[in-house]
Design a protein around this ligand. Structure first.
Ligand SMILES: C[S@@+](CC[C@H](N)C(=O)[O-])C[C@H]1O[C@@H](n2cnc3c(N)ncnc32)[C@H](O)[C@@H]1O
Length: 227
């Protein structure tokens, strides 16, 4: 499924708010930024970087980020930020020390095209970091999430093979833990909006569920190198 965030701007805000309110572990941008800093990266392309969450974490380490996203919310990201499609990136090759594609490759019909573009942008030895949920993510919500359990274009089950088709030296961290606690029905609705349900569908689905609800997060974070 290709997602157009401009046609549903509320989804992005709901997802960020639900992550802040209900995740027991917080988001992974600070950890990714710390790892990029530890590898000595100075210039990072944040592809599908949204409103700049990773760029803000990178700023703490004085690492420059170029945020690239096709949706209007990229205007809220720290500069430089540009509106562009991950499949056609307007940069010379061998320019960046690292490229990030966090929580975004599953929105693309052809993630491999974007992975090849990320590869082109990187200098020799440059790092790619990408993450994605499992197709079996949020199992407690399986009955209300359309397509739950079906393969996505890039997910924790098929993503590593796709990265491996383009990059070398892969490492992966996987998780399968009860990381989210949603206290009440309005929280359920917010969470489901962030997962892409419309206002009406999220309200109806929240009524079918029982709160408080602990939700199991399943996904992967992969690192790879341009070799
Ligand atoms: C779930 S958000 C993740 C945002 C950010 N990477 C983060 O971790 O906060 C997915 C982002 O991918 C962007 N996106 C989806 N398809 C894209 C494409 N073809 N090119 C560039 N950005 C895209 C969306 O606009 C959205 O900002």
């Amino acid at each position: 499924m290709v997602t157009d965030y401009d046609s549903d701007p509320g989804r992005f805000a709901a997802n960020q708010l639900a992550t802040r309110r209900f995740n027991r572990r917080g988001d992974l941008h600070p950890d990714v930024a710390a790892t990029l800093a530890a590898h000595g990266c100075r210039l990072v392309a944040d592809i599908g970087g949204g409103n700049g969450a990773l760029a803000r974490s990178l700023a703490y380490y004085h690492i420059r980020a170029v945020v690239i996203d096709q949706a209007a919310h990229v205007e809220q990201a720290p500069r430089p930020a540009i509106r562009a499609d991950a499949s056609h990136l307007p940069f010379r090759g061998a320019t960046f020390d690292a490229a990030a594609a966090l929580w975004m490759l599953y929105h693309l019909a052809e993630p491999l095209v974007a992975l090849r573009e990320a590869h082109r942008l990187l200098r020799e030895g440059g790092l790619l970091v990408a993450c994605a949920p499992s197709r079996y993510n949020d199992p407690e919500l399986a009955e209300v999430l359309p397509g739950w359990g079906e393969p996505r274009s890039f997910d924790a089950e098929n993503g590593l093979d796709q990265i491996g088709a383009v990059f070398g030296q892969l490492t992966v961290e996987r998780w399968d833990s009860p990381l989210v606690r949603i206290p009440n029905r309005s929280g359920l609705k917010l969470f489901l909006r962030g997962r892409g349900l419309s206002e009406d569908a999220a309200s109806a689905a929240a009524r079918r569920l029982t709160a408080p609800l602990t939700v199991t997060k399943r996904g992967m974070l992969a690192w790879a190198r341009k070799t």
